[in-house]
Design a protein around this ligand. Structure first.
Ligand code: REL
Ligand code: ZN
Length: 418
């Protein structure tokens, strides 16, 4: 049955954009097996590091004074600065309002104590179900770091992840970005490594990666990189990638995910909120894709200035999948701009978004906000086709959203959706 007119078309697109299930391929959420690693509830939401840095714009107190407060006091302070004294119009602040409203709370009351009471009265397992249902997220990929002692204990002593709605991604930033620290950690875990890049060290790093990929059943290997990452180069990073990471990924048949363009801790006083974005060199990704045509790369970049070039690069290399609007790009205007030119350059062969959630309930706003933008972009494109007499059917629209929201990811992995 053909879609009659533009208005009907847009309604169908909006509905499918809002309802198609999502695989969230990069988050900092965890299954309940990981206990305290899964953050949730009002005080965690208010002390999200995005909101911490925004609230300091209105504060003259020292950073130390803020960190010395209890989480609840910090949450109260942020609520006052960003929601009471000023209007919550930023992406992260308005996101909290979306969350509260969709959870059924009365946003017009502006009564933080009431929200606190309501959320504190919920149990985590129920809240996980509620949130996944509201956000229509059916699968969540965690960020799993074996150097994190609390997390490691869950994998080694408590059977790891048991929730089929969650998958692991092996995250190993220190191996590339802080090798001395990685050596210390690896030694403690019993691997025979040293700072010099010896035959034995290389073998032990590979063993470490392989064991953890197997133990976690990791969907991909992931790292974040500063913008000054160059490849190839006569340095530790290139050796680590060429001689350990890529060989292990190939052996296990998993993609290598690179998140490029973060400058950590430009303001250490802000802790987790003190990271900055940084312009990157897309030719590093180009060289990797060319050298390893059989290796798949999932790539996102943090600087707006890199996005167009990266999308063009994906036209050249089918082993490159670009994903998400990362961090400071996860704001309405950037998601719109990026989604538009990605679709214009690559059609529906991209992963338009990931949430990067750190707190469970954030799934609600991050996905709702992105879904409506992605829907708007696609509706414009279909409407144009419609004007020329190419009538997309509802089934075709559904197929396209299935690709964008989950199938492209699983297909790229070469795995069945979980
Ligand atoms: O995975 C990453 O490296 C980043 O996404 C995080 O470090 C960052 O803090 C995150 O909260 C951004 O959204
Ligand atoms: Zn992240």
């Amino acid at each position: 049955q053909t879609i009659q007119n533009a208005a009907e078309l847009r309604k169908i697109v909006e509905r499918l954009a809002a309802s198609t299930p999502v695989t969230d391929m990069h988050t900092h959420l965890y299954s309940v097996d990981f206990e305290d690693s899964l953050l949730w509830g009002i005080d965690e939401l208010l002390t999200y590091h995005y909101l911490i840095s925004e609230s300091f714009r209105w504060s003259e107190d020292s950073y130390e004074a803020f960190w010395a407060m209890t989480k609840r006091e910090q949450a109260d302070a942020i609520w006052k600065k960003l929601f009471v004294d000023h209007s919550p119009v930023s992406e992260a602040a308005s996101g909290l309002i979306t969350i509260l409203d969709r959870l059924g709370l009365d946003v017009s009351s502006r009564n933080l104590e009431e929200y606190r009471r309501n959320l504190a009265g919920r149990d985590l397992r129920g809240q996980l179900d509620t949130v996944m249902k509201l956000a229509k997220v059916e699968h969540i990929v965690m960020t799993n770091d074996p150097f994190d002692a609390a997390e490691r204990a869950v994998w080694l002593d408590r059977g790891g992840n048991t929730d089929p709605r969650f998958s692991a991604a092996l995250r190993v930033d220190a191996l590339l970005n802080n090798w001395p620290q990685a050596v210390r950690e690896l030694k403690q875990l019993g691997y025979r490594v040293e700072e010099a890049w010896t035959e034995e060290t290389r073998g032990e790093v590979r063993r470490f990666l392989s064991e953890w990929i197997r133990r976690m059943d990791a969907l991909y290997l992931a790292v974040s990189m500063p913008g000054d990452f160059v490849y190839p180069s006569d340095d530790h990073r290139s050796r680590m990638i060429d001689e350990a990471m890529v060989p292990v990924c190939r052996e296990h048949g998993i993609p290598f995910a690179l998140m490029i363009g973060v400058r950590r801790s430009v303001n250490p006083g802000l802790r987790l909120a003190g990271d900055m974005s940084m312009h990157s060199d897309v030719t590093a990704v180009e060289a990797l894709c060319r050298r390893y045509p059989d290796q798949k790369f999932l790539v996102t970049m943090l600087a707006r200035e890199n996005q167009h070039e990266l999308a063009v690069l994906a036209r050249k290399f089918r082993n490159l999948m670009i994903f998400g609007c990362w961090w400071f790009l996860h704001v309405e205007s950037m998601v719109e701009e990026m989604t538009r030119f990605r679709v214009e350059l690559l059609g529906t062969s991209v992963i338009p978004q990931h949430s990067d959630c750190r707190v469970l309930e954030q799934l609600i706003y991050k996905w709702e906000h992105s879904r409506s933008i992605i829907g708007r972009v696609l509706a414009d494109k279909y409407e144009k086709l419609h004007g020329s007499g190419w009538y997309v059917t509802e089934e075709e629209i559904q197929r396209d959203f299935d690709d964008l929201y989950h199938r492209n990811f699983w297909r790229f992995l070469g795995r069945e959706a979980r």
